[in-house]
Design a protein around this ligand. Sequence first.
Ligand SMILES: [Fe+2]
Length: 404
Amino acid sequence: MIDTITIDELKIGMYVVDLTCSNSDFTVKTQGKVKSQKTIDQLKKQGVTKLVVEYTPEEFPDAKQKEDDSAETPEKTDATENQEPLVNQHKNTKSVDDEFSRSCNLYDSAGGDVKNILSSGASSQRLSITAIKELANGITESVLRNEYAMAILTRIRHPSTYQWEHVLNSGVLMCGFSLYLGFPKETLKQITLGAMLHDIGVAKVPRGIVDKPGKFTKNDMDVMKKHVAWGQMICKEDEMTDKIILDMVLNHHERLDGSGYPRGLGEEKLSKLARMIAIVDVYDAMTADRTYKKGDQPINVLRYLMANNKKFDRGLVQQFIKYLGIHPVGSLVKLSDEKLAIVVQGNRNEPVKPKVKIFYNLKHQRYITAKECDLTKFEIKILASVRPEDYDINMPKIIRQIIG
Ligand SMILES: [Fe+2]
């Protein structure tokens, strides 16, 4: 399992994935197992205070107890919330390769539909969200066939199409996250739809504000905040009054400490779904490339969510990290044998060893015939997630070429 611990909880035998907090500029160059007390002492000396580690509960039963306690969330009243988590019980019925071309077709056609809906909002005409309902059904069915195929596409970002990518990605990620947490399958289509609609009110915000580079003024922010109420209005106009959907639309900017908007609700009022969509919304927004800034690497955003545990549910953030993996599918990674690869399938038992598709030889600086590699079966390791622009890799093109 993956966990965040303090340096005092680090034990010999744990596998260090990353540092989350350091008082110095020291960074982990390569991931690895802690082999001696000397390593722990060195990390302490360097000012490291918190780390992300991987370990098996059998080897470290005390650490497991601590993790289980922290994952508890307050009691909920929602119909979707009282079931026992069935984490990782779902079995994909199709392989990534089998599902991928169908996912691409759905993603491409959905892009056009969602774009039309979002742009019609700017022209004061009434928005029809029936098309999004059909897309939500299609996404849910795809995720149920194979949870990774559509998730790979969420890592392809275009600065000019952020808004509709955010709609689709929120649906895909929320559907996969809910499936991972064991939500009943019959609620998944509504959850996916709610996630896709959570920001629908943004369609009513003037483009000059939505696309504004840099910081918002107080006035911009006041207008932007209205997207929550506008979203609720749009849903009601289209008779989308399902509790699951309205919960996500209304509460995705609320925070556990009451610092969110529009109502400043505290943790006792926030459902599990509201907490989940808050995490998914921020994760997708911060990892996205925008016209005015590059997106953050997933690991940095997950670190941010963990660090802000007064605002985001720590237990759910930990589950979200487990759902996504340390290197989420669709990530470009550098391997220890001087090759580049794309992560195509997660490994929840050993998150640092997912399945990848190798396609580029760094030593010879040339593309090679794509080859799938299950990292549990080879000595090759992932050294780091890397940025496509650092290696001049056209991710949308490569992903579609080598998968499926
Ligand atoms: Fe929002």
